[in-house]
Design a binder for this molecule. Sequence first.
Ligand code: GDP
Length: 195
Amino acid sequence: LLTGQVEFLKGVVAMDGLPPADRMEVCFAGRSNVGKSSLINALTGRKAIARTSNTPGRTQEINYFTAGDSHYLVDLPGYGFAKAPIPIVERWQRLLKAYLSGRATLRRAFLLVDMRHGVKPVDAEIMKLLNNSAVTFQVVLTKADKLSKAAQDQTLEQVRSALAKHPAAYPEIVVTSSESGDGIPTLRAIIADLT
Ligand code: GDP
């Protein structure tokens, strides 16, 4: 499903710009610099389909990709970038809320969390928002290659306790590294199995 047939469709800045809700979609959310672009590139096997950037918070659009005719992949703007001007932050919070509560075809949100950092307060805020919007969300830990097994286990414990508060949380946590490819086939299979 995800390899070889993913194409960029459009960048969306307002709800009326969303493509027709004619197929299921999954979205990817996470703090700026969490490794979201790298993960989408790894998932799709395309080196630069999602822009990898060291300028966090630059991309403010909801980016839509088509995966064959059956799925949309949706790349949400990175959040938690302190230097973004407040009006911009507020504008996209409104858009994010509208998107999460108004998109009937959204099957799952993948919430990316940097495995070195664990769940930060801003991630906990997004979890609340997802939960209140009744969007099933699943945590994907990124950059696992940067941690020892013991440090990985510590983050896993922290994430599990953060998830326990949220009925909309999907219990399985996916550990990934875009660098080594660990966990990428697992995540691909999870997306392909959604109906
Ligand atoms: P985004 O802002 O969330 O889209 O994050 P990027 O994909 O641009 O990645 C941010 C930084 O983290 C870049 O310097 C990437 O090279 C690095 N990075 C992303 N994924 C990984 C990973 O799995 N392992 C390691 N070691 N570095 C990563």
